[in-house]
Design a protein around this ligand. Sequence first.
Ligand code: GDP
Ligand code: MG
Length: 739
Amino acid sequence: MEKEKGIDSVLAGVGITKTVKVGLAGNPNSGKTTIFNALTGAHQKVGNWPGVTVDVMKGFARRNGYTFDITDLPGTYSLSAESKEERIARDYILDHRPDVIVQVIEGPNIERNLYLTLQLIELEVPLVIALNMYDEVKARGIKIDIRKLSELLGVPIVPTIGKRGRGMRRLMDRIIDMAENPGEYQKPVKVNYGFHMEEHIAGIENIISLTGELKKKYPSRWMALGLIEADEYVAARVKKATSMHEKLFLDVMDIRKHMVDMFKIDPEEYITEQRYGFINGALKESVEIPEKEELSLTEKIDSVITNRILGLPILFFLMWLLFQATFGLGAYPMEWIDMGVAYISSFMDLILPAGVFKSMIIDGIIGGVGSVIIFLPNILILFFGISILEDSGYMARAAFVTDRVMHALGLHGKSFIPLLMGFGCAVPAVMATRMLESRRDRIITMLVVPLMSCSARLPVYILIAGIFFPKQAGNIIFLLYIIGILLALIAARVLGTTLFKGESSPFVMELPPYRVPTGKSVVLHMWIRARLFLRKMGGVILIGSVVLWFLGAFPKMDTIPPAIEQQRITAEREYNQALANAESSEEIRNLQSQYRDRLQQIAQRQNALELEHTFIGRIGHFIEPLVAPLGFNWQMGVSLISGFVAKEVVVSSLGVLYAAGDDDQSDLEQAIIRSGITPLAGFAFLLFTLIYTPCIATISAIARESRSAKWMLLSVSYQTALAWLAAFIVYQGGRLAGL
Ligand code: GDP
Ligand code: MG
């Protein structure tokens, strides 16, 4: 594979292969990413959310000596540059000058998709259409005369079934044709905007043609239309490109005024209407959609799932089921991995010579990484569930169902999407807030996203809930997720009425048809998660474990504390005396085992003293007064601090800290129970983990996306304060209530 790539780039260097720059455009959920994956074989998230691919994705494909340099553009319904995605897509086309744009069209929804097609045609980019979801087109009995439609639009159309990789080769061939000879394969097609409008357009084009510079830069008809539509971004580009913009702008203003006077219609509205008129005309000649006699299956399912009364309970039930499965089913493979880790640990114990290195391997690396890796199955199960919900189209319904709640809280319905993504990881969720147009909505959403339980918190939940609430663990975890959601909604409400006053803007919720999730996409989802998790294992968690081990192992005490030495001597003396007086062999055996226990206790006391002497012990004692009111011991305090790096590190820290304080390598759960933590404190700890400051990656994402340190600091401080308060209230309140 690597070798092949090398040869290709050499060939390209001497001009034997050609690189074709391709941009994939299309409406959200048209299957762009699916086709991108089918073409490039790249592993990439396939989600139903507009916004999952808000970042531009790149990949490569090869065919017949051509290398395709493919960019997956954000999904857009148009190119009017009203949203961030539209601007990204349009700027890419205008500034990066791709050789070919492939528009992926959602076949069953061809009418709406063609709006974007018209805009691409007006931009005069070499265009190839992938008529995707052709399987659904057929299944629904829609008849599309592809040749005819292709003629009407003047561009090549290739039917594809992205999900099964059908049509990819033909698509690539058409791309090559188009790249080689756009003039032959694309016919100039124009939307007729009507006599008057055409006159105006021509007038503007005329002025543009006088400015040599501008004409060369962008298609003049496109510019004229953009100016008449009062598209600010077109205006800005025109302004930048020519000194004659003032004259142009004056004329455009006249035209707009004239249109409003004459036709009592906004020019933008008029232009949109004309485009739809063109589309309808084209479809009438080339597409046959069967008459609907009854509700489609999707509509039937939707009448239940998005039902006013049933919708929310169904959503909650599905979530509850998911977390039950995550914990319940996960328990089995978890045990196997746990056994494997224990085996490796005892194997290392056998082969390594005693000393600092051995301690680092066993207590540091295996103790730390080993305590987190056992949660891999849980994460896989969670994402198995989430990707099924997502791919089937249920997640869109979840957004729909919660839309009313979101509006009641003063948030945009669209905010629900980043919030949902927060279940996976807050970093992409924070980035997904880009799909929100108003800055107010963006910042509020960004600030509350970290309250959604990300998958990194799951190991902590499973460990602690499993220890203190073994029978109820699934319910406790579900409860934590719910508390997170409620807190996020409350926080959004508070932020929305204090820091950011104002209304959220309206928007239309999409309801894509239900689809049977493909095994491939589900596996891909799980694999992406697993890979991320394993990478973290080898990265921050490994380093964190070693650092923590080091802090917990040094400095060493020079001598054994005299008090401990004294205890040993006393124990030995008393043992010998008792032995001398012993009468039966049974009594001797009893004495021996008592003595052994006593020595072990003394050893544990010694270990505890040694640990307190180390760096970590000192840090722990320093923060102990802060966490003591919450019922935590200093080990828990330290692990929470280290969780700032990544939430899984809370678990690996506990693993390392307890391994250091305990001589026998008994497992972490036993050690925590023995350290005298009450279930109430355990629950407070879970709450703290849920609420407190997100990891470094999230914080930097918030800083980046909000472009302000202020919001980042607010995020860190309000969450940590809230976490402490919540844990305090629960722990102290619970104790008062006698729990
Ligand atoms: P994007 O957001 O526009 O990039 O679209 P995606 O690639 O995420 O695809 C949206 C959904 O459509 C996914 O569930 C895909 O599995 C599904 N999908 C993609 N191509 C096809 C197809 O040809 N036929 C069918 N039935 N479903 C498809
Ligand atoms: Mg996509």
